[in-house]
Design a protein around this ligand. Structure first.
Ligand code: FAD
Length: 473
């Protein structure tokens, strides 16, 4: 009955937390811990701030079942070793993550503790299924989404587990650091207060969000999910990122909804979208280079442009292309961006501006509160054309026609662009509150002219892509 260290990372919830459920079953005294190691301290500004809020929310949630959350900062192995020495713990458990850095770190920690005779266990919790549990008939991994989806749906997803009612904790708990002293929101400056208006933090908020979605927007989901001004999507990516809700809980709630309304197109489609997140993790696990280089090697010679004034204008949401700027301002103000608009802004950067997708990927990593390494890399490489199952190179989103189609009433563009609105609303004005003063932006300045003619940009991109193809053949 030695104590167990439960190392929480991206599983900041009580509900459907297999590690926690198994730990409670043992009856052993528990030591719940969160460590701010380099995987936390190296996050982008918005994600680091949001993770701090998630940790605070989870600490409160743990207190409601009688347990404190011990906070430590520094190298994870060193901190866990210290905790073990302080507590005489006989085991250390965690929930598995699948990005290469986490895998390497966890492997090192596992072998160090095992060599020391300690019990080490890890659990599945972050995705619907583990990345290796779905495989092609030949035993390989899927590179195309549709067969992945079919295999996943046919395999099924394990049922979620209930939240424990009470935890038994170790009597003389070790000391904890103070979350406020970590200053996880420091890089956000004034922006943290603005993001806080839009974030829905913690497990209870995530479960409420799911319930609200199932009570209305899901009916619009299939047809409406591409229209950024419609309330037709769940917004759950923010909570999934920190494990404030489990993907399995979402999946099974959607299945239960389908059972109550057989053939409901929105519910099936919603599970299909959720499966994209698993597909991204599947790809990252089996081909980790998706995070750092063109997934398709034939793109290595492509003449992507590096960082430039044009890329900076894009980051500042001043391209003069209203749908692109609205999306980038939504990102800056709310920490998130509608999926349709993510595709349009990414296409504009990588195709019209021929700029390397990594520049956009890094900007999203800095600004998104739902930043996820796998989904972000898959999204950027998909749009740029160099990823698995990618959009073909000749698919160049035209931001003007996309706006006409998906934001016909201009509601979305007007919501985020003050200069286009005689009476700008809070989101449009918040952009100017949030941006660095050095950018010198003001809402009463005229909206910029388009920085590039869309036809010229398209022609230039097609030409570059065709040249690449010719060189390859
Ligand atoms: P809903 O439509 O309600 O979907 C439910 C859930 O399904 C989402 O929460 C998400 O977990 C999953 N999902 C839906 N679409 C996708 C998709 N295309 N790829 C992967 N998962 C999906 N998503 C992130 O979570 N983090 C990122 O860093 C991220 N970066 C992206 C970058 C680019 C360039 C693009 C094109 C897409 C990116 N996405 C990312 C995917 C997608 O845009 C978001 O998951 C979605 O907008 C989240 O909103 P929602 O929760 O309302 O989604």
């Amino acid at each position: 009955m030695t104590p167990l260290i439960l190392w929480f990372r991206r599983d900041l919830r009580l509900d459907d937390n297999p590690m926690l459920a198994a730990a409670v079953e043992t009856g052993r005294p528990l030591i719940p811990v969160f460590i701010a190691d380099k995987s936390v301290l190296h996050l982008g500004a918005a994600a680091r701030w949001r993770l701090g809020e998630a940790v605070a929310g989870f600490a409160k949630r743990l207190r409601s079942v009688g347990a404190p959350l011990i906070l430590r900062r520094g190298d994870a192995l060193a901190q866990l070793m210290a905790l073990r020495a302080e507590t005489g713990a006989g085991g250390i458990w965690w929930s598995r993550l699948y990005d290469p850095d986490a895998i390497a770190r966890d492997a090192e920690i596992k072998s160090a503790f095992k060599a020391d005779g300690l019990e080490v266990q890890s659990f599945a919790s972050h995705t619907l299924v583990e990345p290796w549990q779905v495989a092609t008939k030949a035993g390989g991994f899927f590179k195309v989404y549709t067969p992945f989806w079919k295999a996943l749906d046919a395999r099924g997803v394990a049922s979620p587990l209930p939240a424990p009612k009470r935890l038994t904790i170790m009597q003389a708990l070790p000391g904890s650091e103070n979350l406020d002293q970590w200053h996880l929101g420091a890089a956000m400056n004034r922006g943290a207060l603005i993001l806080a208006r839009y974030a829905q933090i913690g497990e209870e908020a995530a479960l409420t969000r799911l319930e609200r979605f199932l009570n209305g927007p899901i009916d619009l989901y299939r047809e409406g999910r591409d229209f950024p001004a419609k309330e037709a999507v769940s917004g759950l990516s923010e909570n999934l990122t920190y494990g404030e809700i489990s993907a399995r809980r979402i999946w099974h709630s959607a299945l239960a909804f389908e059972a109550s309304q057989p053939g409901h197109a929105g519910a099936v489609h919603f599970r299909k979208e959720l499966a994209w997140r698993d597909f991204a993790h599947h790809l990252m696990f089996h081909s980790k280079h998706i995070l750092t280089e063109n997934w398709r090697p034939e793109w290595h010679g492509f003449a992507w442009r590096g960082d430039s004034d044009e890329a900076e204008t894009w980051r500042r949401a001043m391209t003069g292309e209203p749908l692109v700027d609205a999306g980038l301002r939504e990102l800056y103000v709310t920490g998130t961006m509608h999926n349709r608009v993510r595709m349009v802004v990414a296409s504009y950067l990588t195709k019209h501006l021929l700029t390397h997708w990594k520049i956009g990927l890094d900007w999203f990593a800095d600004c998104l509160t739902d930043w996820d390494p796998a989904s972000n890399a898959m999204g950027w490489q998909w749009v740029a054309g160099c990823g698995p199952d990618a959009a073909p190179y000749f698919r160049i989103f035209n931001p003007a026609t996309q706006a006409d189609k998906f934001d016909k009433t201009k509601a979305y563009r007007h919501k985020f662009i003050a200069e286009l609105n005689r009476k700008p609303g809070p989101e449009a004005l918040a952009f100017f509150e949030a941006v660095p003063r050095a950018w010198g932006l003001r809402p009463d300045q005229p909206y910029p002219q388009p920085m590039i003619d869309l036809r010229d940009g398209r022609a230039r991109a097609l030409n570059a892509y065709q040249t690449r193809e010719l060189q390859e053949n």
